[in-house]
Design a protein around this ligand. Sequence first.
Ligand code: GLA
Length: 400
Amino acid sequence: MLMTCFLMILLTPFVESLNNGLTLTPPMGWLDWERFRCNIDCTNDPVNCIGEKLFMDIIDHMAADGFKDVGYEQVNIDDCWSLKERDAQGRLQADPKRFPHGIKYLADYAHSKGLKLGIYGDFGTHTCGGYPGSEDHLQTDAQTFAEWGIDMLKLDGCNSRVQDMDVGYPAMMRALNATGRPIIYSCSWPDYQRASGIKVNYTNIAINCNLWRNYADIQDSWDSVTGIIDYYGNSQDLFAWAAGPGHWNDPDMLIVGDFSLSYDQSKAQMALWAIFAAPLLMSNDLRKISPEAKEILLNQEVIAVNQDPLGKQGLRVLKSGNFEVWRRELSEKSLAVVLFYRATGGSDKEFSVSFKTLNITAAAVTARDLFAHKDLGTFKESFDARVNPSGVVMVKMTPQ
Ligand code: GLA
């Protein structure tokens, strides 16, 4: 018997997990991709191109305009930052025309302002934009990023064999662990598997990654935002349970402050990303953002829901025509509830949702409107509110 136990221990493979202790609440910050794409033309478009100036400007605005104060911390470089060739030692190198002082300089600059720098790589031979990928270079690239003082890595999955990801993404996790530098690890792994029709093993993903993309890229449109919300609602049984302190589902960037969303739609994206316990990575131009968009992004009551320490992802509990109810359990027995009205015309409308639908057992709750910053009073048996078309009402409920 003893011998059998001994043999079993010997034969059980040692499973290493991501041990960086990071993202106990969803990461917050900024990522260039949706707004700035692969614009490498610093000659004709020096203000918007992927280069040192853009990131220094964003770092300055994050630190000075209140974003850092409410928790936005990461400033992340996406695709198209490197040269097309590795250096003589096989290391990735930033394009020296666009990043004249190199990436370490930017990381030092972010750190000097109390912020953090993220970077982008790819699991395959090339990134989605055609720059060198990390295939066969995982250790070297992890080491390079650590030496530069990088705090977060998004590892994309273009130009790779999707069936290798179950082994390859954990290999990068181990390479990051081995650097000794705590680096948030963002994986695109499940999204590529979903797109290829492979069943995603979220248990495995959650022990290897701090966050992971489940679904298609966000675009600057309301259709894109609602497409993601629908995927999260329709497929919640597949992956909502996998979220928790240290590991989060990532529905992609916030586009609040860009060109497409109305004021109500912007609040809707912010509210639902809070219900999703999603990473809050803005992709907008903080140098010219409207006061309304800024107010939404800086809403500390909504951010507090997103960052709730219980770390439980919320779920859609009702979908009836163009009306939805979303519910997230928070610490101290309170609840965040979003009423979402998806009409594309008409006026604001009164909705009522029963305590049964909300799974509330208390006789009464108090509700606070998190966008109006107003206590709405005590409710029994049901909650009702008027909601604008393509808009939300978001409340925090506390049992009495
Ligand atoms: C993929 C990712 C995007 C972005 C681009 C960059 O499409 O999903 O988020 O990183 O690549 O090329």
